[in-house]
Design a protein around this ligand. Structure first.
Ligand code: FAD
Length: 387
């Protein structure tokens, strides 16, 4: 293991591997430290979804940029991350929701995201197995999509290594060394690594890293909430290609895995704050009730797996991204609140640019995601959270 680097990234999920890749691309001597194996935090446990359909300008702009990055990512990383623009379909069950959809669509269209209102019949054409009779309208954006989280993390890590980054798995950061309010390195269970810049990309565990740096766990109040998924046996390709979600049905959603055609089913049952990752029976019962109401044919399909991961939630469900001004050389990109996978390419690029150049062309609103907003008692409007 190296004893010195220019930058240390803590956390080997989609965020940390993307930051490490983008830093290495800029010629930085970077080390990434992951306490388990790459992706083992929440990234490999996510529902694969990538959307631009948020309800505020900052997240829409960032995600519009990110979709452009996702489109080119396989070519750029020279490894297929299986990004597909299969869309996101939200479904309304009341007239009030239809009105809210119309407002969302107006906002999306203002920023060039081609969301539109569709009829239940059109929704059924997009998702042939849909129980369309239960819905009044759909909010449909065909340019949203999905990608393979395993391949994405692997691709970022592979390319980062090719560009000179060192990645240490099964290596746990046990302390952050700070002297005179300046970052000096980290202690790990395998030894000390010195660096003048550290990026906290530990997401659900980010408050523990902040505490090691002397900032206190509540400085950025990220809390780990257990969210779960079940996956069915494979269905024929094209049956449920988009992420389909009637928000009024407890934020439940279904999406066919772009890799093997199994259906991932999620719902808004959450447990926590907790670091326990044990799947629960109440989730299994709850999710199947909603999933089989959205797609009745799922009653006849076997569940193959169930697992849990974390939504690392901030009070406004927006991540904390940027420089921490209390300690020189300390940066954070964490608290993604259930939508960190989709943001990874642009966040990694923006963070690397911030560290190296102090500015970026990524349309990331630093003020919106300001890590210091919580200590000032400021909150942004709550980011829309599904998948
Ligand atoms: P993580 O992947 O959690 O990585 C952080 C890493 O830090 C971990 O691997 C951890 O081991 C490591 N670490 C922690 N402490 C230390 C330490 N002391 N030393 C070294 N390493 C350490 N997002 C989407 O965009 N789309 C979706 O469809 C979606 N669906 C989801 C469905 C579910 C059920 C869940 C649970 C999440 C979902 N998410 C989704 C959220 C998404 O999984 C996360 O936002 C994203 O993976 C965050 O990536 P990350 O790299 O920031 O964090």
């Amino acid at each position: 293991m190296k004893s010195k680097a220019e930058v240390i990234v803590i956390g080997g999920g989609s965020t940390g591997t993307s930051i490490a890749y983008h830093l290495a691309k800029l010629g930085v001597d970077v080390v990434l430290i992951e306490k388990g194996y790459l992706g083992s935090g929440s990234t490999f446990r996510c529902a694969t979804g990538i959307r631009q359909q948020f309800t505020d300008e900052a997240n829409i702009m960032l995600q519009k940029y990110n979709v452009e990055r996702w489109k080119r990512l396989s070519e750029e990383l020279e490894y297929d991350v299986n990004f597909k623009q299969t869309g996101y379909l939200f479904l309304a069950t009341t007239e009030e929701e239809v009105e809210a959809f119309k407002q969302n669509i107006e906002l999306h269209n203002k920023f060039g995201v081609p969301t539109r209102l569709i009829t239940p019949e059109e929704a059924k054409e997009i998702v042939p197995l849909l129980n369309a009779d239960e819905f009044l309208a759909g909010q449909w954006n065909p340019t949203d999509g999905k990608a393979n989280p395993f391949k994405t993390v692997f691709a970022f890590a592979k390319k980062a290594r090719e560009l000179g980054a060192e990645i240490y798995e099964y290596t746990e950061v046990t302390d952050v060394i700070v002297e005179n309010k300046e970052v000096r390195g980290v202690k790990t269970n395998r030894g000390v690594i010195k660096a003048d810049v550290i990026v906290n990309a530990a997401n659900a565990w980010a408050p523990i890293i902040n505490e090691m740096a002397g900032l206190g766990k509540e400085f950025i109040p990220i809390k780990p909430y257990k969210h779960q998924l079940v996956k069915t046996e494979p269905l024929k390709e094209g049956q449920i290609e988009p992420l389909v979600c009637p928000p009024a049905w407890n934020d439940s959603y279904v999406i066919q895995d772009g890799e093997d055609g199994g259906v991932l089913c999620g719902t808004g049952i959450e447990h926590g704050p907790t670091y326990d990752m044990t799947p629960t029976y109440d989730f299994l019962r709850g999710v199947l009730k909603w999933a089989t109401r959205i797609i009745p044919a799922l009653k006849y399909v076997h569940i193959l797996r169930q697992w849990a991961g974390f939504y690392a939630k901030t009070p406004d469900s927006n991540p904390a991204i940027g420089k921490i001004h209390h300690i020189s050389g300390f940066y954070i990109a964490a608290g993604f609140s259930g939508h960190g996978f989709m943001m990874a390419p642009g966040v990694g690029e923006a963070m690397a640019d911030l560290i190296v150049k102090g500015k970026t062309k990524v349309p990331l609103d630093w003020n919106w995601y300001d890590p210091h907003r919580f200590e000032r008692g400021e909150l942004r409007s709550t980011a829309f959270q599904i998948g």
